[in-house]
Structures are given as structure tokens and as C-alpha cells.
Ligand binder design. Sequence first.
Ligand code: NAI
Length: 429
Amino acid sequence: MSEAAYPPVTQHLSDPETAREEGRRKMDWALQHMPILEALREEFTAERPLEGETIAMAMHVEAKTANLVELLADGAAEVAITGCNPLSTHDDVSAALDAHDSITSYAVRGVDDEGYYDAMHAVIAHDPTITVDDGMDMVKLVHEEYPGLIDSIVGGAEETTTGVQRLRAMDADGELKYPVFAVNDTPMKQLFDNVHGTGESSLATIAMTTNLSWAGKNVVVGGYGKCGKGVAKKAAGQNANVIVCEVDPRRALEAHMEGHEVLPMAEAAEKGDVFITTTGNRDVITREHFEVMKDGVLLANAGHFDVEGNLEDLADLAVDRFEARDGVEGFELPDGRVLNVLAEGRLVNLAAPLALGHPVEVMDQSFGVQAVCVRELATNGEAYEPGVHDVPDDLDREVAEIKLAAEGVAHDTLNEEQREYMGSWEHGT
Ligand code: NAI
């Protein structure tokens, strides 16, 4: 393993020992509710499928992720990890991870851009054979600055929609030089994590950060994809009036048929009390929208990057900026209106000071898929060409079966005649 110039997390903390204990407590709590990772841990510990692999990870370093990281180490991998967002790391969890003999954690909360990328370079200095990303920053850095590593990298796995979109764009340009699994796109991930996880945790974090109620509020949801659907559904369940802004006519129609009001942002801007963007796109809310918003609105983002609301536009308009609460910055406009930005416009459910990310059960599923994908790369990686790959369906099913067994839920299976019938074109009336 190469020596990295940027120090691991413990050298950034004043009391690493206390931090480690607290981080371990958080991980232990989460693990009690992660039956999939527990089941895989037994298998990984016994069979050591990741022997000889070095895994470079850039993910949100909090308790659930930490249990995935330890699972990979239990599978006999060396792991180096850093954050995939400057604000989503829990330093105590990062310290607890770093205490493991086979894990080095460089993740520290609140780093500037330079620290963020220094840590990522430090992870890559471990000479990975597998990458695990949330947002694709690691794959990009490897390709741009460490092309010499590509031949020894067997493959990667990508956690989120924005990362998969970026990878597909890279693949289309012929620039992606090793195989990467689109973990985000599996049923076990996106039907639960994107919808329920983002919905529940974004609303819970906004409520905790502001101490305000949803009831009777006009909640504007930017984007009615998987995440937006979850946010809209949960907000409606909290007695808010949901307004959806969409660019895709099918999704706008779906929102309409679900009973939500659908408006262009130019009109929604005047009506909203709370704005939550979930598009994976940029400039969904810009100057013209800020100019007509009501006094006191809340502006939150749940998309991967902090560009969905154009905060430069808002800063230009503002005559004053102040910390209204922990995790809430007030922008005062010339006429005295104040627009409140949560978590610096970064993904609110992970970056706000009180944020805990998705519920544990949901991440057990997403990270179960990550773990079996890493196992597949380590044991069968040569079967995959460079490019973005769907996760093989049997791996996704394996994770679902483990979860159902843990929940004590039995389900039906196809018999031979049914299987044959479903695979045939010859039957008619
Ligand atoms: P998706 O592709 O299912 O949905 C995005 C939707 O936004 C699409 O319907 C699209 O038509 C719409 N859209 C795009 N540009 C728009 C615009 N200018 N105005 C209005 N609508 C627009 O993607 P998904 O899975 O919902 O992910 C959305 C974002 O959330 C991504 O950045 C993803 O990485 C991130 N994400 C965040 C999570 C979190 O914990 N906060 C968890 C999972 C994903």
C-alpha cells in the first residue's frame, strides 16, 4: 500500500478515542437493523471472497455506510474511504472505521474543495483494484489523473442516479475504461432508497432543522422522478399541499394523476412555502424565481449536487446573509424578505447538521446490492467489458430473498408450467 500524503481522519480530530467510541455506538445501532449485511457478513467472513482486493470508496461516511465498509473488510479486502460530499461525513463514524486494521478513512466533515480532493487522491494512492462511488467523482479522478491504474482495476459500483448518468455519458463518449455496475438502477435500490429513503429522510431532516410543521404548507417539489415521487407522497401524507414542477410530460402527467398540482416553476415560485429540488439537474430555481418568492420560504435540495438552486443568483440579490439557525442561512432581499437556504443547498437529508441520511432498513438493501456487486467483481470481474453494466438480476434477487427471510415473509414462486408459459409466444385464446 502506498504512503498517502493527506492524513487519515484521526489526525484531524482533537479527541479521536472518544470519537471512535461514539462512532462505534452509531454503527452498532444501525447494524441491529441491517439483516442483509449481517447475513452477508457470515458468508464473507467464512469465504473471504475479496482476498487480494483493495477497494477505494467515496461515499457518505455515516453509520450505515460504515457497516458496508466493515463487511467488505470482513470479506478480506483492504479498504480506503473518503466522503462524496463535504458536509455528509460523521467524523466519529469515520474515526471508528479508521481504527480497523484493514480500513483507512480520510473522510472529515466540513472540508473545503481542496481538502475534499486531497482526501480522494489519498484514497487512490492505495492503488485500488475496485472502486465504489456515490456520484462518480472517484471514477472521474482515476480516469483523468491516474490512467496507469486502470489496467489493474477490475471494476466499480455506482450508488446514485447522478453518478450513473455521468457514467453513461462518459461511456457514450468512449471514455469509460473499466466496467461499472449501476447499483442505483436495480429494483432493490431505486424502488426503496430513492423513493422512500429520500422522501422520509428529507422531510424528517427539514422538520428537525427548522422545527416547523408541514401541515397546510405549499410544498414545491422540483422533479417528479423516483426521489421526487417519494418526497411528494410523504409531504402529502403530512397534510401539505404539494405542487410538482417537471420537464418530462409523462412524469408531469403522473404527478397530476396522483392528485398533485403541476405548475411551471415560474408560477410555483410565488405560491411555495417550502421548495425541495430532486432533479439531478442545475438551475431549477434561479433569480427570476427568487425575486417572486414569499418572505420566509425554505429552500432545500435533495439532489446529488448543490447546483439545483442557483445560490450565486440568490447571493447577488441579497443585501444581507445571516445564520438563522444551525443549518439554515437567511438571505435578506432589498425589500426585507428573507429566503432561507438549508444545508448550503447540498443534499439536505445528508448534509444538514442533524441529518442522518436514509433510514437504516433502506440502506441495508442498497448496501446489500453494493456488497454482492463487489463480490461479483472480485470473483467474476473478467466477464464484464468496460462500460456501464446493469446489475445481474440474480444478484438483486439474492438480496431481496435475504431480506424477506429476515422479515419472515414467505412468497410464491413460479412452477415449471408457468415459467414455460411466460417464456413462450405460442399460447393464445
Ligand atoms: P430521476 O431521473 O428518476 O428523476 C429526476 C426527475 O427530474 C426527472 O423526472 C426529470 O425529468 C426531472 N427534471 C430534470 N430537470 C428538471 C428541471 N429543470 N425541472 C423540473 N424537473 C426536472 O432521478 P432520481 O433517482 O429521482 O434522482 C434525483 C437526484 O437525487 C439525483 O441527483 C440523485 O443522484 C439524487 N439522489 C439523492 C438521494 C438523497 O439521499 N438525497 C438518494 C437518491 C438519489
